[in-house]
Ligand binder design. Structure first.
Ligand code: FBP
Ligand code: MG
Ligand code: MG
Length: 350
């Protein structure tokens, strides 16, 4: 960023995009509302133990379980409520869907209904909340199909290429909103004193080459063959077929791991393994993989399931899971090659 140029707030950026005809007033409003909700979540996350918001949701010793079968944290529930309340009655949305809700919520008839669908993971990486490690919010925006009388889950089942906006907010040492409306990926840092997001990187670019990978290595023995071979070759370093040493990082907050990759490159992977295979993968397509894939592609990177471009996947369920490989273009392509070669050999043997 040019330090002499006057800072561009998120609001000003969105107004400029509206003037250029790249977004309409309703999408502008929607993004502003999501950003405002993220500011509220950031305040709650920042209070930590002082706010009484750490720990599990539920009462009487009973854990509260979401549709994914996962125990909810208090902050999962609170963040979900903040996003719901902020967005419900603004006139810009037709319906919302969340990791924390079984089904979408349509805007009731008595309220003005907008033309967009919003999906979100209200708090990503929530296992990290209690240990004060970065967490985040991920969101994706789709158009509601026209002439729909009652909006249902099925109207959300659009491929990632149909997204009109996507982003995440990371609650780390600083709070940052990273956004795309299909015209590059831009980063905004929350200026806590003035209370607004200020653009700090226009047009993020992911280096095509990398020497850093992110994966939960404890799952190694459960991975499929091509993943075993791919990571085996990364670990072999300079002496192996890849001819270079690789470093590894794993925060276990997708937002934090993807933010590092958008900032300095790398490959993020949550592959298929025998534990998550019956569900199709670990990460959720509609509100984790697709918005991140949109952001990464807009920053010159690539995103794949290992066998298909992520944004081309035809969703079959609101909470569908997929294997994920995303980040530096050449490295994602290398991982995809391992899968393609393995599958071709398996077909030849069959
Ligand atoms: O604990 P694991 O198996 O390494 O999984 C970590 C992954 O799970 C997630 O935490 C899932 O997100 P939620 O906290 O929203 O369920 C990702 O953010 C992260 O990449
Ligand atoms: Mg998540
Ligand atoms: Mg979550």
């Amino acid at each position: 960023m040019n330090p002499t140029a006057s800072p561009v707030s998120l609001t000003r950026y969105l107004i400029e995009e509206q003037r250029e005809g790249r977004i309409g007033p309703n999408l502008r409003l929607l993004i502003e509302v999501v950003a405002r909700a993220c500011k509220s979540i950031s305040i709650q996350v920042g209070k930590g133990a002082l706010g009484g918001v750490l720990g599990d949701a539920g009462s009487g010793g009973e854990a509260s379980i979401n549709v994914q079968g996962e125990a909810q944290k208090k902050l999962d529930v609170l963040s979900n409520e903040i996003l719901l309340e902020a967005n419900a009655w603004g006139g810009h949305l037709a319906a919302l869907a969340s990791e924390e809700m079984d089904h979408c919520v349509a805007i009731p008839d008595e309220y003005p209904r907008g033309k967009y669908l919003l999906l979100f993971d209200p708090l990503d990486g929530s296992s990290n909340i209690d240990v004060n490690i970065s967490v985040g919010t991920i969101f994706s925006v789709l158009r509601c199909p026209e002439d729909v009388e009652t909006v249902g889950d099925e109207h959300f089942l659009q491929p990632g290429t149909a997204q009109v906006a996507a982003g995440y907010c990371t609650y780390g040492p600083s709070t940052m909103l990273v956004l795309t409306i299909g015209n590059g990926t831009h980063a905004f840092t929350l200026d806590r004193e003035i209370g607004s997001f200020v653009m700090t990187t226009r047009g993020m670019r992911i280096p095509e080459e990398t020497r850093e990978f992110a994966v939960n290595m404890s799952n190694q023995r459960f991975w499929e063959e091509p993943m075993q071979q791919y990571v085996g070759d990364l670990l072999a370093g300079k002496e192996g077929p890849r001819g270079k040493d690789f470093n590894m990082r794993w925060v276990a907050s997708m937002v934090a791991d993807v933010h590092r990759i958008l900032t300095r490159g790398g490959i993020f992977s949550y592959p298929l393994d025998s534990k998550c295979a019956p569900k199709g993968g670990k990460l959720r397509l509609m509100y984790e993989a697709n918005p991140m894939a949109f952001l990464v592609e807009q920053a010159g990177g690539a995103a794949s399931t290992g066998r298909q471009r992520m944004l081309d996947v035809r969703p079959t369920g609101l909470h569908q899971r997929v294997p994920v490989f995303l980040g530096s273009k050449n490295e994602v392509e290398a991982a995809v090659r391992y899968h393609a070669e393995h599958d071709a050999q398996a077909r030849a043997v069959a």
